[in-house]
Design a protein around this ligand. Structure first.
Ligand code: ADP
Length: 266
């Protein structure tokens, strides 16, 4: 990757100041030297070992790597679910690495939506209530909630299933409900942790198509996947190994891997 690549350009300290300012303005997430260690009585595990990553607003990034390399930990930190052991973590204008949980939760609301491999729907709430839940937490008034839930369910083609319980739906339908729940508050960032991992090929394609369409409308996406063909829909693929970013590449340049340990992506 050349020094002029758009993947790394804004991280270059020799940029003219007006270009640095413009690059900062479109930055949504910035991690600098982020580590995460887990300690138990017997052992210490280093899940992230020094991550430098800048995600521009509007980017679609795939994260790949073997089990245990730190992908979910990275998503949890970017998603403000967890805090780093050391390093800096910026979300928008906020440096959040030392934020208490209450402030992280406040910032997550309306800004970040999550899609998980196992859907994580609430079993005893129907489809409508599952999708409505983030809006309830955000304090959105009832009439506005109704409009937004209807819109989100229409978007995933499940308007007719609003009263169904999760266990009355197929896996593909459940993931579409989870997608609707993630996007209902119109968040700036969607974090998807193996969103097609439990789906058949056709349902997986539907979810990928919906993610791509969402990104084309401006939502930033960070997606963990084991599927090379799904990663190819992203603008950029990060490869993780032992808690480090060991390569970044454009999917169009399959097989090319740079040695950069961090990237501005988007
Ligand atoms: P991946 O998503 O790539 O499979 P993870 O981010 O889940 O990797 O985990 C990275 C490493 O951190 C693994 O060795 C895992 O066992 C460890 N780890 C993750 N979460 C915890 C935790 N809560 N407590 C202890 N170790 C953890």
């Amino acid at each position: 990757m050349s020094a002029e690549s758009p993947l790394t350009r804004a991280a270059d300290p020799v940029l003219p100041s007006e270009r640095r300012t413009a690059a900062r303005a479109r930055m949504l997430v910035c991690l600098r030297g982020v580590t995460k260690r887990y300690r138990t009585a017997e052992i210490e595990t280093t899940a992230l070992a020094g991550i430098d990553l800048e995600i521009a607003a509007g980017a679609f990034i795939a994260v790949m790597g073997p089990s245990g390399c730190g992908k979910s930990t990275l998503l949890n930190i970017v998603g403000l679910i967890d805090s780093p052991s050391s390093g800096e973590c910026h979300f928008g204008q906020h440096e959040v690495s030392r934020f208490p949980e209450s402030k992280l939760a406040e910032l997550r609301k309306g800004n970040i939506g999550f899609i998980f491999q196992s859907f994580n729907l609430i079993a005893d709430l129907n489809v409508w209530r599952n999708v409505e839940l983030p809006l309830v937490y955000q304090g959105v008034p009832r009439a506005r909630r109704r409009d937004l839930v209807l819109e989100a369910l229409d978007r995933v083609g499940l308007g007719a299933r609003a009263k169904h319980m999760p266990d009355q739906l197929s896996g593909g339908q459940q993931q579409r409900v989870a997608f609707a729940r993630a996007v209902v508050g119109n968040p700036r960032l969607i974090l998807a942790d193996e969103p097609t991992g439990n789906l058949d090929t056709k349902s997986g394609e539907t979810i990928m198509w919906m993610l791509k369409a969402l990104n084309e409308q401006g939502t930033t996406i960070l997606m963990v996947t084991h599927s090379a063909s799904h990663a190819a829909r992203a603008h950029c693929v990060l490869s993780l190994s032992d808690g480090r970013i060991v390569a970044t590449r454009r999917p169009s340049a399959q097989g090319h891997a740079s040695g950069h340990a961090g990237a501005l992506v988007g």
